[in-house]
Design a binder for this molecule. Sequence first.
Ligand code: SAM
Ligand code: SF4
Length: 308
Amino acid sequence: MGDLVDPFGRVVRDLRISVTDRCNFRCTYCMPEEGVPWLPRTQILTFEEITRIASICVGRYGFTGIRLTGGEPTIRAHITRLVAQLAELGIDVAMTTNAATLQHQAHDLRAAGLNRINISLDTLDRAKFQRMTRRDELDSVLAGIDAAIDAGFAPVKINAVIERGVNDDELVDLARFGRERGVEVRFIEFMPLDATDEWQRSTVVGQDEIVARLSAVWDLEQVPARGAAPADRWRYLDGGGLVGVIPTVTKPFCGDCDRIRLTADGQLRTCLFATDEFDLRAALRSGESDDQIAARIEAAVGTKWAGH
Ligand code: SAM
Ligand code: SF4
């Protein structure tokens, strides 16, 4: 086994796997309401194909973590079976989900070996939730969060994308929600992804402003950074737990990036913003050996940028 090292000396140890391009929400900052051309099912990697790539990453390069994402990972049929296959590799398996159906799945996912779960929740206001996600599912998501806590994920975290003029008035309410439930809320700076035309620099609420607004209510102390983790974290001095900010825009953490991404149709990308894709599905389906696939992964990582 050897490290997978990129041209800037960063060791890659984390694989983000999109298990589907589809979603049961249409968050305004992520997808248009209609007209998304979904991938044909035959182009989506099977669980066996996903597990093969994961096992090469773990077995050859000592990857320590896998995160399942999407689209919405919980709507992929039999997702617990994939979780169980990946957990057998002996690594940390995590998921990022909108939690709309989690109340029915949390315990099974936990039993299958899912360790950690990040749930996206941008507002506690039902009408605003409906505007932001284009779905009236706030109650289901709240039930999903309760189910995740009950299932014993260690830990449950809440991700909230903050958009100025949309939900930045709820910073304190969302933080309070996290304190009351005993879960860590992480505020994400709104990023300019292709899918949205809402993004402008002025709609980003930066980390400094977020921390200042929380500090007006609670005494906070910054927690020392942990390696490649994207969130900067603060401790409530009254014992209320932790709160984080993911400063994707104002303080990009590319210098510590340790991850690569696999799209639902089997394309390897070295950054969320990368324009090049490396076709592992074609390699898998043409019968290439593990050595040949590993060489493709190494070639891809050899193109990883210093930053976006
Ligand atoms: N559907 C799942 C969910 O929403 O949690 C997983 C996929 S979603 C693309 C992963 C995360 O990216 C979510 O926390 C979502 O809020 C965040 N996200 C999506 N678009 C974003 C944007 N333009 N800026 C910042 N974060 C974004
Ligand atoms: Fe779906 Fe997640 Fe995108 Fe919202 S952020 S549309 S839940 S993939």
